[in-house]
Design a protein around this ligand. Sequence first.
Ligand code: PMV
Length: 355
Amino acid sequence: MKNHINKWEAKKMESCIATWKSPSNIALLKYWGKLEGQLPVNPSLSFSLSEAYTITKITATPDKMKAGITALNKNPEHPFLQKIKPFWQTVIKEIPLLKDYCIEIETENTFPHSAGIASSASGFSALALCFLSLAEKLSGNQLAEQDFFQSASALSRQGSGSACRSVYGGFTVWGKTALWHNSSDLHAIGINEDIHSDFKNLHDAILLVSAKEKSLSSSKGHSLMNNHPFAGGRILQANKHLSFFKKALKEGDFNLLSETSEAEALSLHAVIMSSAGGEILLQPQSIELINRIRTARNKGLRIFFTIDAGPNIHLIYPEKEKINAENFIQQELFDICDKTKIIFDKTGNGATKIN
Ligand code: PMV
């Protein structure tokens, strides 16, 4: 990857504002386990969402005395500042021209913090996009669009791995793989040209079993892959699943897509359960939902599930199956998951700049 960021030099010191809207994403192939520098032990594949996003505005004011992030939503003591401040160190290493600026962040999510949707993906990608826009304005050096998004993806990755997939719309792959010549461990790539028209607009109905904070943080989860007895097998399997996903998504093969997605989600939980400490994140309702989804699919409904590192079930279906799938949810899942606990989302177009 070309390193566009470090070449930038400040032309002027002046106040500057950048605002971006960036979505969350749902991984069908899971990133689980990392190496130093927030590099993945296996490739992952996801699609960006449309309704679950973060809007972030950053105001940068030249001020050596107050340099650094001083407030989040006007609160200098905001608890999330502890999560963002380590990322600031990465930002000023990559974009040194920002180091003498006082940074104020205003941010809001369209989904509740505890909704079981990864807010770190939308949150860190929105931050990275804003910081890069500020760098462009202050250096007077505007990148070509493709280079801008690639740099934003690489910077987002250093805040939260899955965030690097959020800057692009539709489907993305993150992690070096022989299956895509331009893939990289440093940033995600868009793969929409490899997606069959049936799968371009997948829906994701998020069935909330629990809206509590995750009992296993992703940083702890990733670290459990170090010295995991099944790590080698898991990494081989993830790479094999990627080749199945590529084939299924390209050929419009629903059976292969659904089988691979569910095998992948259950493998993530198997690895979590067999880690030191043996966490069980699925709850009885999660298992009941899985069983009902599989029974309905066996009767011909084109639906399948994926699960992140928590108890909530993501029910995925193609656009063509929307009416039948949503009737099924209403008739057969409302007793486990009432309608206030279902978030209806779908494939989205990626991050956008707000003027
Ligand atoms: O980006 P992180 O560190 O929050 O890890 C994300 C892990 C999973 O959501 C379980 C999988 C993924 O690829 O999104």
